[in-house]
Structures are given as structure tokens and as C-alpha cells.
Design a protein around this ligand. Structure first.
Ligand code: FAD
Length: 428
């Protein structure tokens, strides 16, 4: 099946080999070291929202599922102060121009241009509409910002890996994602949309399925690549490493009714989608200050991000988002909104994942993918990629969205890299 994995990536103008080469040699090593930096390592998340769909939802309490949240002293000073002041909500604040505006505001007794001309009531109304307008770009629900439930998690100390979460609970989540939230050909009554009936869907609906299936593949590759084997003697802590039989069980052609190679190809599809989103938002992202309170590290991160994004921009066969939702007609707008609502629902389902560790990474990765979709399809970055235009269009990403996007892409990049390791082991 590794030979079946070669060649063109479905619905893209790029081959598996090109991604393997580009990722494993250029992207993966750089991204991996970047994600160890404080700015990208600390993720603010609410793991206590509870499942909105199933009243019998239960949490799994095994050791591998637990998540260690940060105490106040463990979070870099710049990040925790920023969160307390509510500044995190908009990464836009970090733009140099915006900072200048804030300086100006001080000169006018703390009131900006808009504030000075509007009455309090109109201002409130304006802010409400601005928020509403921005929420229409989003492919994820914004988390309730109640300070007691939102915690920082050090992602490095809580790695995504095998947890043992399986059975009815995890199947219910995947089933709901594929059966109720992915699009299906109208007459299809089977339990899951599969690669076999995908051809009956339009490009946009196929892309939706491929992105979700690719994310599912990535999660599976991780749990096979960092799998746990208890120690034979029953003493000691056991070993974490690549588990080839587990990988074969989940991806070989004969054990997956022929679906394995297509599922692996979907990983490459979602990789290309997020890669393109990073390239498209590169100018916006490069303009952030990556503030954590440590000037030296912040400057290092900024220059490493710029270097990484310039490599990403040089990728030869980017995903072409313009072929999706091409028309300006009502029908296309309706399809796009349906696509957005389906995806938002999937981000809600993540609160129904019974294992805390899986929920953490599920939430982060769907938020990262949602951020990529926002970059590609909100339309705010299409007209011009120059800074003044960005400001005019009020395109926003929060720090949380940027952190989620980079880490989600980091997971996909690691999965592609790990496939190479499985390939070598299986061939030898
Ligand atoms: P599952 O992976 O549960 O798949 C269910 C069904 O979906 C399969 O029978 C198949 O029909 C179909 N399917 C499988 N793969 C694909 C694909 N790529 N595309 C389309 N259809 C597919 N476990 C961990 O150990 N660590 C984790 O970090 C982790 N994170 C998770 C995050 C989420 C959001 C969820 C829902 C589960 C997570 N799990 C994790 C559990 C893991 O995904 C599996 O559910 C579990 O290992 C049981 O696997 P399974 O072989 O029964 O098939």
C-alpha cells in the first residue's frame, strides 16, 4: 500500500513525493524546533465545557488520558498578564500600526478615533456589529472566556500520543462526525462516507470529507508512532515508540477494505490545505510580535517564523482554494455557509471526546483547521495581500488561533515524517 500511496494527491496538483521531500527535509525540522518556544507551547483552552449532545457523556480517567494544566507561575509572564487584561482576544493588537494607534490613543485620554466621534450607546452597538461581522468569518465557535475554566496547557508536557481511548465513546464521536456532519450523496444510507462514493459529491463536499479524514489519519498515525508497550517484567514505565503491527492493522489494504491508502492520501490533502493557509496569511503572521515578555526569545521566534514562512511560500504546488466556491451566486453562498456550519459543529463535538488528552488535541487541531479555513475562505485576504488592505478589511487572528494553526500543522508535518519511518521499517 505504500506503493499505492505514490503519485498525485486527489483533488490537488501535487504529488505525495513532492510533499515528502519538502516536508521531511525543509519544514519538519524547523517547525519542530519552533513549536518548542514559549509562544507556541502554551495553549489556552477550556476542557470543562461538557458535551452539548449526549447526556450520558462520561470522562475517561486513565493515566494516559490525563492533562496537566499550568499553575500561574508556570506560564510566561507576558502571556498570563496579557490574558488577564483580556488582550489575547486580538492578535491584531500586535501589529506595529495598531500599536502606534494605541500610543495615539493615550494622547487623547485613552480614546481612539472611533471612540471620539461616537456616543457610548452607538459605540456599544458598533462593537456588537463588529463582533458579529467577525464571527461570520469563523469556522470555530469562540470559547467562553470564563477565567476559571480556561486554562493554559503546556503542549510539550502533554504530547499527543497513544492513550488507549477506544470503543463506544470514541466510535460515537467519529460516527457522528462522518454520518451527521460530513456531506453524503443523497441516496447513501451506509454508515460512513468512504473514498468509494466520494466521486458522487461536488468538489467542496469532497474537500470537507478529505480534510476530516486526513485529520483522523494524522491522529491514528500519531497513536501508532508513539504507542505504549508496557514493560515485560511489570516493573518500570514501559516504552513509547513505533508500533508496526498497529499501523498495518489501521492502514493496510486488506485490513481496511481497501480504504487505507486513500485515508493516508487524505493526510496529504489536509497538509496541503493548511500549508496554503500559512502561505496566504504569511504577511499578517510575520507582522506579529510573538510577545511573551522575553525580548530575546520573542525576536528569535519572529525571525524563525519569517524563515519558515518564506520556505512555505516557495512550495511549488500550492493548494488552489480559488477552485472551491468559485461563483458569487446565492447557491454558492449557501453551500459555503453550510460548509462553515458543518465545521463549527465538528468543533463542538470535540467537547464530547471522553479522554482529556484526546479532547485537548482534538480541540487544538480542529481550531487550527478552522483557522486555515477562515484564512482561505472568509474572503478577507483575497483582494490584496498588502498590509494596508489587511487593516482596511479588518482581518483578525487571535494569538490562540495562530498557536492552534501552527501546532495543528506541526502535527500533520510530524505525521508525514513518521510515515517515512514506517515505510523504512516495513520495507526492511
Ligand atoms: P477509529 O479510528 O475509531 O475509526 C472509527 C471508524 O472510522 C473506522 O472503523 C473506519 O470505518 C473509519 N475511519 C478510520 N480512519 C478513517 C479515516 N482516516 N478516514 C475516514 N474514515 C476512517 N486515541 C489515542 O490513542 N490518542 C489520541 O490522541 C486520540 N485522539 C483522538 C481524538 C479524537 C477527536 C477522537 C474522536 C479519538 C481519538 N483517539 C485517540 C481514539 C482513536 O481515534 C480511535 O478511536 C481508537 O484508537 C480506536 O480505533 P479504531 O481502530 O476502532 O478506529
Amino acid at each position: 500500500y505504500f506503493s499505492q500511496l505514490e503519485g498525485q494527491i486527489d483533488d490537488c496538483e501535487c504529488s505525495v513525493n513532492t510533499v515528502d521531500y519538502f516536508n521531511n527535509l525543509k519544514i519538519y525540522p524547523r517547525l519542530n524546533s519552533l513549536l518548542l518556544k514559549d509562544f507556541f507551547r502554551f495553549y489556552r483552552v477550556n476542557l470543562e465545557r461538557g458535551c452539548p449532545f449526549w447526556p450520558d457523556f462520561k470522562r475517561c480517567t486513565t493515566e494516559h488520558c490525563s492533562v496537566e494544566t499550568c499553575s500561574e507561575g508556570q506560564v510566561p509572564a507576558g502571556l498570563s498578564t496579557e490574558a488577564k487584561n483580556g488582550k489575547e482576544s486580538s492578535a491584531h493588537k500586535y501589529l506595529k500600526e495598531a500599536q502606534n494607534e494605541e500610543d495615539c490613543d493615550e494622547n487623547h485620554g485613552g480614546l481612539g478615533a472611533v471612540d471620539r466621534t461616537l456616543s457610548e450607546e452607538t459605540k456599544e452597538e458598533f462593537e456588537k456589529w463588529q463582533k458579529y461581522d467577525e464571527s461570520q468569518d469563523n469556522f470555530c465557535e469562540t470559547e467562553g472566556e470564563s477565567l476559571t475554566d480556561v486554562k493554559y496547557v503546556d503542549l510539550h508536557r502533554n504530547p499527543e500520543r497513544f492513550t488507549g481511548y477506544k470503543g463506544v465513546s470514541s466510535h460515537r464521536v467519529w460516527k457522528s462526525i462522518y454520518q451527521e456532519n460530513c456531506f453524503k450523496p443523497d441516496h447513501e444510507h451506509g454508515p460512513f462516507t468512504t473514498s468509494k462514493n466520494l466521486g458522487e459529491l461536488c468538489l467542496e463536499k469532497r474537500a470537507f470529507f478529505r480534510a476530516i479524514s486526513g485529520l483522523h489519519t494524522s491522529i491514528t498515525v500519531h497513536l501508532c508512532a508513539t504507542h505504549y508497550t508496557p514493560s515485560k517484567t511489570g516493573f518500570g514505565s514501559g516504552n513509547w515508540g513505533l508500533n508496526v503491527p498497529e499501523f498495518l492493522k489501521r492502514f493496510s489494504t486488506d485490513q481496511t477494505d481497501g480504504e487505507g491508502p486513500d485515508r493516508l492520501k487524505n493526510l496529504y490533502f489536509v497538509y496541503l490545505l493548511e500549508l496554503r493557509a500559512l502561505a496566504k496569511a504569511a504577511l499578517y503572521i510575520e507582522a506579529q510580535s510573538f510577545y511573551t515578555g522575553d525580548d530575546v526569545e520573542d525576536a528569535e521566534v519572529k525571525s524563525a517564523v519569517t524563515e519558515l514562512l518564506s520556505i512555505i511560500k516557495s512550495f511549488p504546488n500550492h493548494f488552489k482554494e480559488s477552485v472551491l466556491f468559485p461563483g458569487k451566486d446565492e447557491e454558492t453562498a449557501k453551500l459555503k455557509e453550510e460548509f462553515r456550519q458543518h465545521f463549527i459543529n465538528i468543533t463542538r463535538i470535540m467537547d464530547c471526546v471522553g479522554c482529556d488528552k484526546c479532547r485537548l488535541w482534538g480541540k487544538l487541531q480542529t481550531e487550527g483547521l478552522g483557522t486555515a479555513l477562515k484564512i482561505l475562505f472568509s474572503g478577507k485576504l483575497d483582494s490584496d495581500l498588502k498590509m494596508p488592505q489587511l487593516k482596511k478589511n479588518s482581518f483578525h487572528l487571535t494569538r490562540k488561533e495562530i498557536v492552534a494553526l501552527f501546532n495543528a500543522f506541526g502535527r500533520l508535518s510530524t505525521s508525514v515524517y513518521q510515515l517515512e519511518n514506517f515505510r523504512k521499517l516495513i520495507k526492511s
